[in-house]
Ligand binder design. Structure first.
Ligand SMILES: C[S@@+](CC[C@H](N)C(=O)[O-])C[C@H]1O[C@@H](n2cnc3c(N)ncnc32)[C@H](O)[C@@H]1O
Length: 458
C-alpha cells in the first residue's frame, strides 16, 4: 500500500474529534496545570464516535509509561471533606446530635455525593468551580428511565435500580433532615440549604458512581482515631476519590494499569484533627499503563472485570461480545418450576441444596450452567439414585461438567424466560422514547436471548 493511501486509510479510521480547544477544556487544563498536575504530554481530550469523551494519545504510548500524576490536594477524597470545616459543620453545628443519631448510617459514596452538591451550589470561581463545570450534565444509567418504560425492562436491571433507589432515598432524606436542623451561619451552607434538591443529589450520586477511583489513604491518615469528626457517620470505608482528568479515561476490559500513592516517609498516620493542605502538599497519586497505545488511538484503563449488567446499571454503557454476561435465575423460581414438573424436590433434597450453598448463583452463561446450577440439578436428578453418591458427583462436577441431560430438566423454564424476554424486547423496540439508556437495556436483553438460545441448542 502506498504512503498516501495508507495515510488516507488511517484518516478514515480516526473516529474522533479533538476537544482540547473547547473553552471549557482550555479552562480545565489551565486550572489543572496551575494546581500541579503532571500529565503525559502525548495525551489530550477528544470525543470518540463509539465511547464519547475520552483521552487520545497523539504518539505511541508504551507499557510502563505514566499517564497522569496528580497532587492529592487536586483530588476530592476523604481528606478534602474532613478539611472543609464549613461542610463538616453542617453536621456538627446542628440542633440534632448528628454523630450519634446517624452513626454509621451513611455510605461514603453518599457523603461524597452530598459534598458534590455542596460544591455545585458554590460560585463557579470557588476552588472546585472549573472541575465542576467539566462534569457531565447527565448520566445514561437505567435509574433515570421513565417509569412507563421500566415495566418492560428485565427484572435483573430493575432489581439494581430498586437497590440504588433505596440507598439514594434513604441518604437524601437524612441530608434533608440534617440541613433543616443545621444552625451554621456559613454562606455556602445557607446556599445548600436553599438549593438542595433530589435531582441534584441523584446527579451527584451517579457522578461519584461513574467517576470515582480506588484510593487507599489509610497509611496517610489515622482513621482509627476519628474523634468527633463526621467519619462517625460513615458506614463503610472511605477508599474512593474523584480525580480530575483521570476521570476522563474510558474503560476497556483489555486495558491493564496500576495506580499508586507516592508519599514521602515523614507523612504517616496524620490525626484527623491535624489534617491540613500543606501537610499533604507532597502526596501524589500516579497512574501508569501496562499497555501499548498507537498514535491517534484512545487511551483506556480498566475499571475492573465487569459484566454488562454492572456496566449498564453503574456506568451507563454496554460492551458488545462480553463473555462475562449471564442470565440469573432465583432459587424460588427454579423451585416453583420444579414443583410443577415431575422433578418435585423433597425436604431432604432442599436441605442438601442449602447446606452445600447450591441455592445461590444459579445462572446460565455462554458456556452453559453455572457450577452451582449444575450441582443443584445433579441433586435433583441423582439424589435418590442408589448407584450414585451425590457428594462425590458434586466434587467431580467441579473438575468437569459434561452431563447435558441436566439441561433438559430446566429447558421448559429457560424457554419460558426466553419468550418473556423476547416479548419485552419487541415492546421496547416500538417504544417512542428512544435513548441511549433504553438502547443499552435492549442490547443487554438481546445478549440474554443469545445466551438462552445457545443453551437450548446444546
Ligand atoms: C470515568 S468516566 C470516563 C469519561 C467520560 N466519558 C466523560 O466524558 O467524562 C466513565 C464514564 O465514561 C463512559 N464510558 C467509559 N468507558 C466507556 C466505553 N468503553 N464505552 C462507552 N462509554 C464509556 C460511561 O458513560 C462512564 O460512566
Amino acid at each position: 500500500m502506498g504512503r498516501a493511501r495508507r495515510r488516507r486509510r488511517q484518516k478514515k479510521a480516526r473516529k474522533f474529534c479533538v476537544c482540547d480547544y473547547n473553552p471549557e477544556i482550555i479552562l480545565l487544563n489551565r486550572w489543572l496545570s496551575k494546581n500541579g498536575i503532571r500529565k503525559n504530554e502525548k495525551v489530550g481530550l477528544a470525543i470518540f464516535d463509539d465511547t464519547g469523551r475520552g483521552v487520545l494519545t497523539k504518539k505511541k504510548i508504551k507499557p510502563g509509561e505514566e499517564l497522569l500524576n496528580l497532587p492529592l490536594n487536586l483530588t476530592i477524597n476523604v481528606t478534602t471533606i474532613l478539611m472543609d470545616l464549613p461542610f463538616c459543620n453542617i453536621f456538627l453545628e446542628n440542633q440534632k446530635q448528628c454523630l450519634l443519631e446517624y452513626k454509621h448510617s451513611i455510605s461514603f459514596q453518599s457523603m461524597m455525593a452530598f459534598y458534590l452538591v455542596y460544591l455545585k451550589v458554590q460560585d463557579v470561581n470557588s476552588t472546585w468551580g472549573v472541575y465542576m463545570k467539566s462534569l457531565p450534565l447527565e448520566y445514561t444509567v437505567p435509574y433515570f428511565l421513565p417509569n412507563e418504560i421500566k415495566c418492560f425492562i428485565d427484572a435483573d436491571i430493575l432489581s439494581v435500580i430498586s437497590k440504588q433507589k433505596d440507598v439514594i432515598d434513604l441518604s437524601y432524606n437524612i441530608f434533608v433532615t440534617v440541613l433543616k436542623s443545621n444552625i451554621s451561619a456559613d454562606s455556602s451552607v445557607q446556599s445548600l440549604k436553599k438549593m438542595f434538591t433530589k435531582s441534584d443529589y441523584e446527579w451527584a450520586y451517579f457522578t461519584v458512581n461513574t467517576r470515582c477511583v480506588y484510593m487507599d489513604l489509610t497509611k496517610v491518615i489515622d482513621l482509627s482515631n476519628i474523634g468527633n469528626s463526621i467519619l462517625n457517620l460513615i458506614s463503610d470505608n472511605t477508599k474512593i476519590s474523584l480525580c480530575p482528568y483521570l476521570d476522563m479515561i474510558n474503560h476497556s476490559p483489555n486495558a491493564r494499569n496500576e495506580a499508586q500513592l507516592i508519599v514521602s516517609k515523614d507523612i504517616e498516620n496524620i490525626k484527623v484533627r491535624d489534617l491540613n493542605r500543606d501537610m499533604l502538599a507532597d502526596v501524589r497519586f500516579s497512574i501508569y499503563t501496562k499497555n501499548n497505545f498507537n498514535p491517534y488511538s484512545e487511551v483506556f484503563i480498566c475499571y475492573g472485570d465487569s459484566h454488562n449488567l454492572k456496566l449498564i446499571t453503574e456506568y451507563g454503557f454496554f460492551l458488545p461480545n462480553n463473555d462475562l454476561d449471564y442470565v440469573s435465575f432465583t432459587f424460588e423460581d427454579v423451585k416453583t418450576f420444579l414443583n410443577s414438573s415431575k422433578f418435585k424436590l423433597s425436604q431432604e433434597q432442599l436441605s442438601f441444596i442449602s447446606s452445600h450453598g447450591l441455592n445461590k448463583d444459579l445462572y446460565i452463561d455462554i458456556r452453559g450452567l453455572s457450577y452451582n446450577f449444575y450441582g443443584f440439578l445433579m441433586v435433583v436428578k441423582y439424589y435418590y439414585n442408589h448407584g450414585k453418591d451425590v457428594s462425590k458427583l458434586l466434587y467431580s462436577a467441579a473438575i468437569c461438567s459434561t452431563d447435558n441431560s441436566l439441561n433438559d430438566i430446566i429447558a421448559p423454564m429457560v424457554v419460558q424466560k426466553l419468550v418473556t424476554i423476547k416479548e419485552s424486547v419487541n415492546k421496547l423496540n416500538v417504544c417512542e422514547s428512544k435513548c441511549v439508556i433504553l438502547d443499552n437495556c435492549v442490547e443487554l436483553m438481546c445478549q440474554y436471548v443469545r445466551i438462552l438460545e445457545n443453551f437450548i441448542k446444546c
